[in-house]
Design a protein around this ligand. Structure first.
Ligand code: IMP
Ligand code: MG
Length: 182
């Protein structure tokens, strides 16, 4: 019985799309780009939970400028397909971000709504600058205009799991990114 359940669970991992090694290599590259660009200036890395928690843990260790870490949890609200621009923050930063160079560390940009709302919200708090680094980008799915400053991988329109990304809260612990098959 237990065996059958696990088999059923694993069957939904259709194929590996990005390996652990590929992720590691890109994080190293982009970490260097970011470190070079900030040239010794301290940054505040802000990650949007839950999906980005694994990426944040690896990304922050590839950045060599002094850095602080913050976490947010947010839900965006929409009227039909249009973002109302209202983000419900269920967990907010515990520091004042004015005076900080903020880098948002995100797992995936899909429609672009969540990130656009979060960036707009954080801008009202007067940081010195805001940039976005995303692990994955699905540009085919974009509904609002949004572009990250750093993108590790661009993927076509299919649902992915692993390395922090979930399907109904499962599969976040996979060390690679896989295509999900219901
Ligand atoms: P959006 O850009 O506002 O549409 O929202 C992006 C959020 O939707 C991400 O932060 C993920 O939590 C979730 N998401 C979008 N596409 C995927 C996927 O392929 N796998 C898992 N989560 C996804
Ligand atoms: Mg997310």
């Amino acid at each position: 019985m237990r065996e059958a359940k696990i088999q059923e669970f694993n069957k939904k991992i259709k194929r590996v799309v990005i390996t652990e090694e590929q992720i590691k290599a890109r994080i190293k590259e982009v970490g260097k780009q970011i470190s070079d660009s900030y040239d010794g200036r301290p940054v505040l890395l802000v990650s949007v939970l839950k999906g980005a928690f694994v990426f944040m843990a690896d990304m922050c260790r590839a950045i060599s400028v002094p850095c602080e870490i913050g976490f947010m949890c947010a839900k965006s609200y929409y009227q039909g397909t249009v973002s109302t621009g209202i983000v419900n923050i269920t967990l907010d930063l515990d520091q004042d971000i004015s005076g900080y160079h903020v880098i948002i560390v995100e797992d995936i940009i899909d429609t672009g709504r969540t990130l656009k709302d979060i960036v707009n919200l954080l801008k009202t708090r007067n940081p010195l600058s805001i940039r976005v680094v995303t692990l994955l980008d699905k540009p085919d799915r974009r509904v609002v205009d949004f572009k990250a400053d750093y993108t590790l991988f661009t993927i076509p329109d299919f649902f992915v799991i692993g390395y922090g990304l979930d399907s109904a809260e499962y599969y976040r612990n996979l060390p690679y990114i896989a295509e999900y098959q219901e």
